[in-house]
Design a protein. Structure first.
Ligand SMILES: Nc1ncnc2c1ncn2[C@@H]1O[C@H](COP(=O)(O)OP(=O)(O)OP(=O)(O)O)[C@@H](O)[C@H]1O
Ligand SMILES: [Mg+2]
Lengths: 524, 334
């Protein structure tokens, strides 16, 4: 690599412990530049990866992490810069070339074919054959997929249509696919953003395993504890620039954060107070097939109610049912003391409900439309002249306001949303519901993919809204987030509410206990 | 005509670079190139008279193209535009000739019948969840059949309504500007196009059409009344087919019930050449109008060159493929 006097290679550096000074890095990049219309995404970035290490890549939303990885895997072409694999200069004109070089990636945005099965998705383009190569050996393929899932200790049917899986499970399929390539370099772009604790543990076990086999892993995340747990080195990027590379073990997290954000972050505080007594939403006896079983709860004015539970516990389903997105079998919903029949999201929004979906790409954003259109979409009626024509000036002002408030990184509010980084897209969905100004907000995984700084801002914002008298339901797989935000916590397991905890008294352990209290087992 | 050139809101800022603008630019360049080519290589092509012929010939396809542009941007398709046009012409004929009603009632009958047919297709799609291709294929047969039934399978002439010809072939403007013999139908086409782009780019309805075509589920979860706007889109499209019905029957001075099949494909071709994406969420009215002009310039030019009618059809097919190919190239680069 051209930059041989990198500080991380200084004599005796702790980062050297995984691999001696001898040998070329598995992968190295230098002076990588990349511009998009109106955005300079990468300016002279360098990066290197050794065999058998986990190299964490961190930086704020829009720092250029995903772009760098897409260059490595041939999704984008760099404007300039050099890439070497095992010391040899290479060019990666397309993703196939990257695969041939032994580079695999789990993308931040899922790239799966919804109508194919899990096994078909994993082996697409390289299906095992039989009958003189004319037929796909379905049985073999299924067995291979099954073996992968078993190795990951997840329970997914290889024959299930991927479109019917939740985002979290789709992410697991994507991980299985990347593993199936037997890559020497494996890139994981926020792989745990949709996984729960147990699955994260499984993933970490897999990563340890791969490390031992000498696979180099690039690990992009916004979660500090994960970096502490598994990373050997950390590279920080800011505004498309390389900032520094540090050994993970000996660097304290505050240093990394300040390198990322360029300033210190205030410590997080737990929720204060508990909301008024006035009940704004009451759900009684909600049922839907096997996924929602007799769910009852109430939400008070000014309260933040956390919903915790493992993936598939039914939290999203409850939210969608209340919002009228899915039909229910039975149940009563009372809003501000009046019973309501909500048969579609339109009714729900009219009653002052908002639902931020966990799946922003399919349900949250109209990615082909502008940032401005997306932020204002749920409120378009308010931005008309004479209820017919759009008032574009006011639309622009309102969306600019929210872009500034949530620090959405975009060249303009007219940028197509699909061109924003993942975290910035998430901010756009949040902005949409903040602008709509609803009384009851249901936020499903609101900070998925959002960087540490912005997360703190969003927490403050949610607490501010609650203080103003809005009522908020937060569904989150991140226990620290639930604990940090909630006045009260409901824990679900297998479609039932298994317990209620006071926000101030709850602990990760008490939540996990309830989250695994399988009613199906308890009943026996 | 500035309103037509307005981009979809999302692209307004960088309209010079947006793919829709580029595609329209490409379509426009193709149109100019074709005009130049035929002017140089054939004798009478560039004559004013012939230009008027071309405009006249574009009017019906242009209006039908506008109708189907709405539906395609909303993420659907409408195969019934040609036969709905015929049915609306027959309705006008029944009201004017058979019932002897005054002209405005005939016009209203055409627009309303088109709107109702569209409303039915739209409801079948939004409420019964029948895929647009199937629902409008059904509507294509229904309207074709009804046109034949209502007219007794015979043309209805507008001889008792002498003013009827003012809808299309007659040129009112030539009495103001002598020699400027542009038929009224051409002005009606441009009027429809301008109104349509205002609706599409400026109105709440237009914004919903783009949202539906880009991600219907996200729009629904934003509280948008998806079914309502979808039905409205098809109804509007149907009413615009009513305008086309008036134009074509005025030009022929008769409602021809057997006509109509095949017009939908020409209209869809104009839309596609004009850069509207068949997968929805992206497109412009100006593009469609340019697309319609390209098709009639080709027809007319090849005819003046003495090329067989059959070859003209082949060339049109090639142009459609080239246009879409260029669109794909441009989109990949952006
Ligand atoms: N195809 C594109 N066209 C235009 N701009 C783009 C494109 N892809 C990325 N960008 C811009 O480049 C910048 C870097 O984006 P990137 O996706 O690499 O960020 P990131 O570090 O992965 O952020 P996050 O943590 O939110 O995922 C952002 O400002 C983004 O808007
Ligand atoms: Mg990213």
């Amino acid at each position: 690599m051209s930059v041989s006097n990198d500080r991380e290679e200084a004599p005796g550096g702790a980062a050297d412990r995984e691999q001696g000074a001898a040998g070329q890095p598995l992968l190295s990049l230098s002076d990588v530049e990349k511009s998009f219309p109106g955005v300079k995404a990468l300016r002279g970035v360098r990066f290197d990866l050794r065999a058998g290490e986990v190299h964490a890549l961190m930086g704020e939303n829009g720092a250029g992490k995903s772009t760098l990885m897409k260059i490595i895997t041939g999704v984008y072409q760099p404007d300039s810069g050099e890439m070497r694999v095992s010391g040899e200069p290479v060019s990666v004109p397309d993703p196939r070339a990257a695969q041939a070089l032994g580079i695999g990636i789990i993308h931040q945005e899922l790239f799966l074919m919804n109508h194919l099965t899990a096994a078909q998705n994993i082996f697409i383009g390289r299906e095992p054959r039989k009958g003189f190569g004319l037929f796909v050996d379905e049985q073999q393929m299924r067995a291979d997929a099954d073996a992968l899932f078993r190795r990951m200790k997840v329970d997914i049917d290889p024959d299930v249509e991927v479109g019917t899986l939740t985002v979290a499970r789709q992410q697991l399929v994507e991980i299985a696919k990347a593993l199936s390539f037997n890559s020497r370099v494996l890139i994981m772009d926020e792989p745990t953003s949709a996984l729960n604790e147990t699955e994260v543990e499984h993933l970490f076990a897999i990563i340890e395993d791969l490390k031992r086999q000498g696979v180099g892993i690039v690990y992009i995340t916004h979660k500090m504890d994960e970096v502490k747990r598994i990373a050997d080195r950390v590279t920080v990027m800011r505004d498309g620039q390389y900032i520094d590379t540090l050994p993970a073990a000996t660097t304290d997290m505050a240093t990394i954060i300040s390198l990322m954000v360029g300033r210190e972050l205030a410590d997080s505080t737990r929720a204060e107070g508990r909301g008024a007594e006035e009940e704004v939403l009451r759900v009684e006896g909600l049922n839907r097939g096997q996924v929602i079983r007799n769910v009852s709860f109430s939400l008070r004015r000014g309260e933040i109610l956390g919903f915790a539970g493992l993936m598939g516990a039914g939290r999203t389903e409850v939210a969608r049912a209340i919002f009228g997105a899915d039909p229910i079998d039975s149940g009563e919903i009372t809003i501000h003391g009046r019973r309501q029949a909500i048969s579609s999201p339109k009714d729900a929004v009219a009653l002052g409900l908002a639902y931020l979906s966990e799946d922003r790409k399919h349900f949250g954003l109209v990615t082909g439309m502008s940032v401005s259109d997306n932020i204002t979409m749920a409120s378009w009626r308010r931005f008309t002249k004479g209820r017919v024509f759009m008032d574009d000036a006011r639309l622009r002002e309102a969306s600019k306001d929210y872009v500034a408030r949530l620090k959405v990184k975009t060249p303009s509010v007219f940028q197509e949303t699909r061109l924003l980084s993942g975290g910035n897209q998430q901010k756009v969905v949040i902005a949409k519901w903040l602008l709509r100004d609803c009384d009851i907000l249901i936020f499903d995984e609101p900070t998925r993919g959002i960087d540490i700084g912005a997360k703190a801002e969003i927490y403050k914002l949610l607490q501010g809204l609650a203080a103003q008298g809005k009522s908020i339901i937060v569904i989150s797989s991140e226990l620290p987030e639930v604990l940090r935000l909630s006045h009260r916590i409901l824990v679900m397991c297998e479609g039932r509410i298994t317990g209620e905890l006071d926000g101030r008294e709850a602990t990760q352990e008490s939540i996990m206990h309830l989250a695994t209290l399988r009613p199906s087992i308890a009943a026996e | 005509m500035t309103d037509i050139t307005l981009e979809q809101a999302g692209a307004k800022k960088s309209s010079l670079f947006s793919t829709a603008a580029l595609q329209k630019g490409v379509a426009f360049v193709v149109l100019i190139a074709l005009l130049a080519f035929f002017s140089i290589f054939t004798e009478n092509f560039a004559a004013w008279n012939n230009m008027v012929n071309i405009m006249q010939a574009t009017a019906v396809n242009g209006v039908l193209g506008v109708a189907v542009t709405f539906v395609i941007i909303s993420g659907g398709i409408d195969l019934a535009v040609g036969t709905m046009m015929t049915l609306t012409a027959v309705m006008a004929g029944l009201v004017l000739t058979n019932l002897g009603m005054p002209l405005p009632v005939g016009i209203a009958a055409a627009l309303a019948s088109g709107g109702v047919m569209g409303l039915i297709s739209g409801s079948a799609i939004a409420k019964l969840k029948i895929p647009p291709f199937i629902a409008t294929l059904g509507m294509m047969q229904i309207s074709r059949g009804l046109a034949l039934v209502f007219s007794g399978a015979k043309p209805i002439y507008f001889n008792s309504t002498p003013n009827y010809k003012y809808l299309s072939p007659e040129s009112s403007i030539s009495s103001l500007i002598p020699g400027f013999e542009v038929p009224n139908g051409v002005f009606i086409m441009f009027g429809v196009a301008i109104a349509a782009s205002i609706v599409l780019n400026r109105s709440l309805f237009g914004r919903y059409i783009f949202a539906l075509g880009s991600n219907e589920e996200a729009a629904r979860l934003s509280g948008v009344n998806v079914d309502f706007w979808k039905i409205l889109t098809y109804a509007l499209s149907g009413a615009i087919c009513g305008v086309a019905g008036l134009l074509i029957s005025s030009r022929l001075n008769s409602a021809q019930p057997a006509l109509g099949l095949g017009y939908e494909l020409d209209a869809i071709a104009a839309v596609v050449i004009g850069g509207t994406s068949l997968s929805g969420g992206r497109g412009t009215i100006l593009g469609t109008i340019i697309g319609a002009f390209i098709m009639s310039v080709l027809t007319n030019g090849l005819r003046s060159m003495g090329v067989q009618e059959e070859w003209k059809i082949v060339v049109t097919g090639v142009i459609i493929m080239v246009a879409v190919f260029v669109d794909i190239i441009l989109r990949r680069r952006a």
